[in-house]
Design a binder for this molecule. Sequence first.
Ligand code: ADP
Ligand code: MG
Length: 784
Amino acid sequence: PVDRSEEIQTARLGLPVVGEEQKIMEAIYNNSVIVIWGATGSGKTTQLPQFLFEAGFGNPDSPNPGLIGVTQPRRVAAVSMANRVSQELGQYSDKVSYQIRFETTVSKKTAIKFMTDGILLREIADDFALRKYSVLIIDEAHERSVNTDILIGMVSRIVDLRKSMSEEDPSVKPLKVVIMSATLRISDFTDNASLFREGPPPLVQAEGRQYPVTVHFSRRTQRDYVEEAFRKVSRGHRKLPAGGMLVFLTGQNEIRLLSKKLKQAFKPTQRADTTQAKVEISANDAPLEAEDLELGGMEMDNAGDEDDDLEITGLDEPEDDDGFDLGEDAMDSSTRVHVLPLYSQLPTKEQMKVFEPAPENSRLIILATNVAETSLTIPGIKYVFDCGRSKEKQYDLSTGVQNFQIGWISKASASQRAGRAGRTGPGHCYRLYSSAVYEADFADYTDPEILRTPIEGVVLQMKSMGLHNVINFPFPTPPSRQGLAKAEKLLKYLGALTGSGQVTQIGRRLSTYPLSPRFGKMLYIGHQHGCMPYVIALVAALAVGDLFVAENQLPGNEAPAPQSRKPDSDSDSSDCEDRKVYTNADRLEDTQREQRAKDYARVHRLLSKHDDTSDALKYLSAICAYAYAADGDAFSEQMFLRAKAFKEASQLRHQLSDIVRSNNPGLLGAYSAKLPEPSPKQLKALKQIVTAGFIDNVAIRADLAPVPPEIPRAPRRAIDVPYLTLFRSRERHAEDIAERAVFVHPTSVLAKLTPKEMPPYIVYSHLQQSAAAPVAGYTPKIRM
Ligand code: ADP
Ligand code: MG
């Protein structure tokens, strides 16, 4: 029996899931697949693996010797849940491990393995029967990430396969599957006839949230929700009893801004960095999590795109009845604030800091994106502030345009967010929006990601696993026919599929790379002119993406924008501590800012010295230069690079080299990160290779088109020069050229050219439209 500490023992007894242990285990013994629904905090993630472990799963001497695998949609969840379960398992704490990209603690002793769903997907490609597992727990299925959806489809087939294997060979055991969801939107799994052939899996419910959470709506909904969050959190900090705060915002810029404001308004804690030890694993053994790659660019901002950046200030709300009067004493007014950010692009080590206890006599305030919405339990959080919005990647299947829309979350998400306040005790959730808006504008659930994302990688991976008829794959929610058709078309352009949709030799090769087939194609042809080492570096850089700190994201540059910081500025509408008095310190800051702007420009000129018309080659220069740096972090700082992105890109580079080497014996020598400068011939070849991967993403300068459209006035800036895409990307027949054409993004090197210098053709990685400004009749430009 497991020897648990008294404290853990008591905590477990209070969990609804623990009360259902017997029912759950019976359901698992009697069925291959079961679905567990339990509200956030009911104990699913921490307890299920322990039930299975105590029943002998994962024990080499038991009838079910295979591992207990638990998938999570996010890395930080995989790591932190593994830690918690390990803690709860007393003398068996060394039985719990995790594996995330580039990092694992798995050993011979491991019985319970937490991992991201991307890791398990790659393992399926290696062994379709997943023989090393006896049971799989697919957690957070309600999040409906593409990876989770595909895993569920795959696993439904693997269960059948393992059953027939075990009938032939009794040493192979059948596979058990537990799908867990925090919301009841599970009919896509339970009522989907193509998914589980045994019939719909039984649903086991563990009802009851652990602690009550009181929800407070605002009376009005402010447009400037960051400012509103600042106001509410400040007041809350003054008026509310002790307890941690968790604030939901949509992105890292907002988080940085609010963090700065809070630290200015209150006394922040100072604490030295504490670094945790971890095991690094060789890039070779590290599968990629598709999710991570696609996150590249997520935080991409509309730097300098002033016309897309309308600002509308909200009305003032009377401060009565804000729900802060809880009839208990507020904290001492000298209480410091311990403000920590939490978003996916933050290094995992930094993210893990939110789990450490806050210093004495301070209030923990975590500013988070969606990352904190499910799975995590952050000890001590008693108050949640929810802005009600999130930044979601939207993808228009017919045009291929991506945008990062800030929009209302769903009711299901809102309740997940509120639930964060009731994990370790009763709590309160302050919604920065009115109940009227909630009722009228919030959808019940968020659309599954598979309906919102390009799926060529998924299609190719399936086809090369022998699942030819992708349309018949048991998706929980099938992608649209249009999306599938688009994916197949691209795969044909890349030579990965034949005209009739069969995988080609090339296609098989492309599928061995844990990357979009576009990048696979670049690697496939990368051997020309000895370019391979460069192509690998370039692909790694492009795949990770978002390598540079945008100029407006440099610390101190966030907001207000430099121009509104003039001494006579009265545009600052905030009514609190932030009132501007122009001081000597400000003047000094301005000089430093100017100096830094110069440095920034110099660095970017340096990085584009090979070719001032190619962002791809700029990426290549950056990753190659990084490889020469003695201290990567210091170099990143000095060069305005995003250190985390470069670390990932460098690891990916190493990993890709290993794959290329095993695909093409003899082609690559020993890995060396430090490459000599590419020759002019190689630079030219590299541009052609990039084009091959993005062959369908070509645009022609509008005035050079076969039938040039009418261009009313000559563009003054490079970013106003219209281009037409090869394939339809917008309404072809729109009257206004601004609505038919696409334009370069202001962060591109091309934005520095004069309109006359703009090249006749541009190959772009993707089209992007910034968040639509809330103004009728105004459509933001689509940018390459
Ligand atoms: P679920 O997966 O159903 O949302 P979990 O199993 O993650 O629930 O957590 C159940 C409960 O266990 C939480 O509500 C909390 O009380 C406790 N718990 C989980 N992780 C921790 C932790 N790191 N520290 C303290 N308590 C925790
Ligand atoms: Mg959970």
